[in-house]
Write a protein that binds this ligand. Structure first.
Ligand SMILES: *Cc1c(COP(=O)(O)O)cnc(C)c1O
Length: 346
């Protein structure tokens, strides 16, 4: 079975797991200067994250959802209007920030083009028409098929937002995929946002964890939100050690995943009933299979019977994700299954 459901399926290597056994541990919840705890491995990972993103400080979270939530709550008050992409993960998937019983923020949506790139004109319109407190972007953009927002476009968004005195937050769950795909340094991308969240638990292959980076003052606020959300951990060095390993060893290899996604896409062009959505910029491929007359669930069931495990996304699309452990041969075989299903008659 070829499993392309998500890059969260990436398993830690032996070398990565070995880092846990020798990690220096302490109680990360016993805090000192700048709200930092006593787990030296956590501190090391947070410093590394800050350095890579070019920000003053970083803070470790168990999940990306909690990282996004604490970061956005540190920027906002209940009832505030937050500008999000119409298909932003925080809005469609996580929901917690906009839930009446939790975050109580109001989502104002901006559009993106067919390639998943935010519309500057629409962002400007929304900024003019609403009292926006925070602008959120997502890079790479998950639901549009792993679209990468180029640095010049991020800069334009940043400058526009700042003209309106609105800070910018990036959900960079797959920020390293964006950086590798566009051949830009992560700190360059992050120079156009006030704060960023990235996951070590996806394509980078660490078992658990996400980091939020930003200014020293901001991260102090984020730490207090993290504590309220129950995300302050103890000997979290056992999470941080594989995270450090991931950042040191698994970033450049993301290129292979992108090549495999592009390779699969190249084998799927010109099909009758199966259409690729957007450009394949990184490790995600989104398909529209509605012309086959099957529901996305029925389609995924058929694919599974042929040896390919995939999942529906949004209302009516299918997502394929390429990651460490998925080979070029797997990509070829997955594409063959999709080509065979393209000729499927109900
Ligand atoms: C996975 C993901 C998250 C959340 O990460 P979890 O660790 O699963 O909570 C946030 N944003 C995007 C775009 C993601 O793909």
């Amino acid at each position: 079975m070829i499993d392309l459901r998500s890059d969260t399926l990436t398993l830690p290597s032996k070398e990565m797991l070995a880092t846990i056994a020798t990690a220096q541990l302490g109680d990360d919840g016993r805090t000192h200067d700048f709200g930092r705890g006593e787990d030296l491995t956590v501190n090391k990972l947070e410093d590394l994250a800050a350095q890579i993103t070019g920000k003053e400080a970083g803070v470790l979270f168990p999940t990306g959802t909690m990282g996004n939530s604490a970061a956005v709550l540190a920027f906002c008050q209940p009832g505030d209007k937050v500008l999000v992409d119409e298909q932003q993960h925080m809005y469609l998937s996580e929901k917690v920030l906009f839930d009446k019983s939790f975050g109580q923020l109001e989502a104002i949506k901006y559009q993106h083009n067919e390639k998943g790139i935010p519309s500057l004109a629409d962002i400007e319109k929304q900024l003019n028409e609403n009292d926006i407190k925070l602008l959120c972007i997502e890079n790479t953009h998950n639901f549009s098929g792993g679209a990468c927002i180029p640095p010049e476009h991020m800069k334009a968004i940043y400058e526009l937002a700042h003209q309106h005195h609105v800070p910018v937050f990036m959900d960079g769950a797959r920020m390293f995929n964006a950086a590798v795909s566009m051949e830009v340094e992560p700190h360059k991308l992050c120079s156009y946002v006030d704060a960023v969240m990235f996951c070590i638990s996806k394509g980078l292959g660490a078992p658990v964890g996400s980091l939020v980076c930003g200014s020293q003052d901001f991260i102090l606020k984020v730490r207090s939100k993290r504590k309220m959300l129950g995300g302050s951990m103890r000997q979290a060095g056992i999470i941080a050690a594989p995270g450090i390993y991931a950042l040191e060893h698994n970033v450049t290899r993301l290129k292979e995943d992108h090549e495999n996604a592009k390779h699969a896409a190249s084998l799927l062009t010109g099909l009758t009933n199966t259409h690729i959505i957007g450009a394949v910029d990184s490790n995600i491929l989104v398909l529209d299979v509605n012309d086959l007359g099957l529901t996305p669930q029925e389609y995924c069931q058929k694919a599974q019977e042929h040896g390919l495990l995939i999942k529906p996304v949004l209302k009516d699309k299918i997502r394929l994700v390429f990651y460490k452990g998925i080979t070029k041969e797997d990509a070829t075989a997955a594409a063959k299954i999709i080509c065979d299903l393209d000729r499927y008659n109900k």
